[in-house]
Design a binder for this molecule. Structure first.
Ligand code: KIV
Length: 258
């Protein structure tokens, strides 16, 4: 399995890190065999797999259920699991219990949590202190979408300085990597140059040390594509054509054969 130490070496060697999301066994297995470095069991699964209109309704039990399926398909990649909304924000004890459950019940390598305000920094430091690897996430943080919407963050000077300070504080607290979501490319570059740990961008330009996409977006399965995402194949179209071909075969007696 890829280790968090190797990830920092990738940054030093200027080797870009590829990250994709998964929420089930077959996709996790395909991503792993294709050589993806990190598989993120992202809470975006609430929206892309479960049909919610935000990530907020996701529970820790559901996340663990999906992470267990992902882990059964993975041999090489580092698996990182998002802590769902209100499973870590209340206080450090809640965060330890939630992150501990994820590691104990799934066997995943790390957790990801959102935000870089001082209380979250304390939480990250404590988790790291007890041996739980943490990936940070700043910029657009979807668990705060009721406050922020899904807009680009870091547009004003005050906001830029805040996001930069949060990223630095997360590194100092012991995070092994940080997702930078939907921020200007020059801010992502400044953060990536300042930090020793790798930055993973999504809608944050090409200067990050790695990139993450939601796999449903990459595969053309999502019904709405964020402006910064790219579909590499139209699986909605492919699946629709396959289903219609099957339907026609059944109706016309072509399937099953004699
Ligand atoms: O939940 C998720 O898929 C994520 C990525 C967008 C980084 O957090």
């Amino acid at each position: 399995m890829l280790t968090i130490r190797q990830l920092v070496q990738y940054k030093q060697q200027q080797k870009k890190i590829t990250v994709l999301t998964a929420w089930d066994y077959p996709i996790a297995q395909i991503l792993d065999r294709a050589g993806v470095d990190i598989i993120l069991v992202g809470d975006s699964l609430a929206m892309v797999a479960l049909g919610h209109n935000s990530t907020l309704p996701l529970t820790l039990d559901t996340m663990i259920h999906h992470a267990q399926a992902v882990m059964r398909g993975v041999e090489q990649a580092l698996v990182v699991v998002d802590l769902p909304f209100l499973t870590y924000q209340q206080n450090i004890t809640t965060a330890i219990i939630s992150a501990g459950r994820v590691l104990k019940e799934t066997g995943a390598g790390a957790v990801k949590l959102e935000g870089g305000h001082p209380r979250m920094i304390e939480t990250v430091a404590r988790l790291v202190e007890i041996g739980i690897p943490v990936m940070g996430h700043v910029g657009l943080t979807p668990q705060s979408s009721k406050q922020l919407g899904f807009r680009q963050q870091g547009k004003t000077e005050v906001d830029r300085q805040r996001i930069l300070a949060e990223a630095v504080a997360l590194e100092e607290a012991g995070a092994f990597s940080i997702v930078l979501e939907h921020i200007p490319a020059d801010l992502a570059q400044e953060i990536s140059e300042k930090l020793v740990i790798p930055t993973i961008g999504i809608g944050a330009g090409g200067y990050c040390d790695g990139q993450v996409l939601v796999t449903a977006d990459l595969l053309g399965l999502s019904d709405r594509l964020p402006p910064f995402a790219k579909a590499y194949v139209d699986l909605r179209g492919t699946i629709t054509a396959a289903v219609q071909a099957y339907q026609q075969d059944v109706q016309q007696g072509g399937f099953p054969g004699k």
